[in-house]
Design a protein around this ligand. Sequence first.
Ligand SMILES: *[C@@H]1O[C@H](CO)[C@@H](O)[C@H](O)[C@H]1NC(C)=O
Ligand SMILES: *[C@@H]1O[C@H](CO)[C@@H](O)[C@H](O)[C@H]1NC(C)=O
Ligand SMILES: *[C@@H]1O[C@H](CO)[C@@H](O)[C@H](O)[C@H]1NC(C)=O
Length: 445
Amino acid sequence: MANVMGFFHFLLLLSCFPFSLALPQINSNSVLVALLDSHYTELAELVEKALLLHTLEESVGKHNLTIFAPQNEALERNLDPEFKRFLLEPRNLKSLQTLLLYHIVPARIESHSWPNSTSHSLLHPTLSHHRVQLSRQDSTGAKFIGTARVINPNAVNRPDGVIHGIEQLLIPRSVQQDFNNRRSLRSISAVKPEGAPEVDPKTHRLKKPAPPVKPGAAPVLPVYDAMAPGPSLAPAPAPGPGGPHHHFNGMRQVKDFIQTLVQYGGYNEMADILVNLTSLATEMGRLVSEGYVLTVLAPNDEAMAKLTTDQLSEPGAPEQIIYYHVIPEYQTEESMYNSVRRFGKVSYDTLRLPHKVLAQEADGSVKFGHGDGSAYLFDPDIYTDGRISVQGIDGVLFPPEEKSKEEKKTIKVATAKPRRGKLLEVACRMLVAIGQDSRFTTCHV
Ligand SMILES: *[C@@H]1O[C@H](CO)[C@@H](O)[C@H](O)[C@H]1NC(C)=O
Ligand SMILES: *[C@@H]1O[C@H](CO)[C@@H](O)[C@H](O)[C@H]1NC(C)=O
Ligand SMILES: *[C@@H]1O[C@H](CO)[C@@H](O)[C@H](O)[C@H]1NC(C)=O
């Protein structure tokens, strides 16, 4: 099963490139490019997280698009945090996509096409296949889309579409329903993740719970936030024996794997970071309880000892380092070795988005990372239970582009270049990587 998933993931990765090559129609004057460059950055970011770029590119080639773009505030401050978390959970990718596509009509609706009075509301099909209602309030003349007031009509007008700024997010009924169902399911679920793993009574090694976050300290990143939906994410595995509502005790499994790491020897630093320095053990337990599978690439103590205090002391740094070592897939030594043997190089998603970790065959083993910063699979299958897999490695991995990106950032600030949408950046990076950037003129800005 793990092999099949790995292979499938790899096919998806491969298929990215032919798709990107097939975008000759998109031009820099497109409404889509305008969205990515607009000040509707929260929406653009969600579109990216929802993996909708390709769908929209195809769509804008066929018809005009009208995009109802909620202002940033609607997505930042004015959204129920629980609902937002729901949208960002990988397994709710479909809900997020439905919600976003509900904001896009495959036709041109300009400001003057709004009905004149409440009694003449118009229904338009959206890309989500739910319909939205255009209406006008008689008393004020204000334009509405569903329940949201249009605050910036024709904010952007391009030959292939328009963007209207709206006051709040539109939530299609089916998504609201999914959210309600999930919430009631959670409230009756038997297993609640508790605090950090406790003890092995014999060794007393894990007795100390994760310290509370100090007031004023940088908030500990929840794994959910670090984790955006990606093609590699397996859907939640079949429910356990307790029936469809049974939740798995992920906390116990995380506790098991950390005890195993400690008893195995040579991985105390990693265990310590997970349990004592951060609350990542708890976060992982929660994810596994929810049905996710994880592969942890655990650097051994020697590798950890080479980390400088600089690398560890920035707020959130230990979390960021660990996120880059967690793959949201279940992989064993065998499945990874088979993949790299077969395909040469394989990129795995990590919880440190958007960074992937490269794996390739070297000296009859699996080597992770690039150049100097690489690490070998050193202690295979330290722990495997079907959901969590722990593989010991002999180096600490860092995303390769981190350094050059930071340099770029400072240059950008200095020359005050116009801000480019995050999604566009991803698209450009991808095109540059395969030598096709000249088609996407905005990439040269
Ligand atoms: C988009 O709308 C413009 C203006 O109405 C029209 O000229 C153009 O043909 C439309 N494009 C598509 C792909 O339908
Ligand atoms: C709105 O009213 C104007 C004039 O009163 C009319 O010409 C126009 O067709 C109306 N538009 C709609 C969409 O009903
Ligand atoms: C966490 O800290 C305690 C106290 O410093 C230590 O005894 C324990 O070994 C640490 N846990 C791990 C997993 O290293």
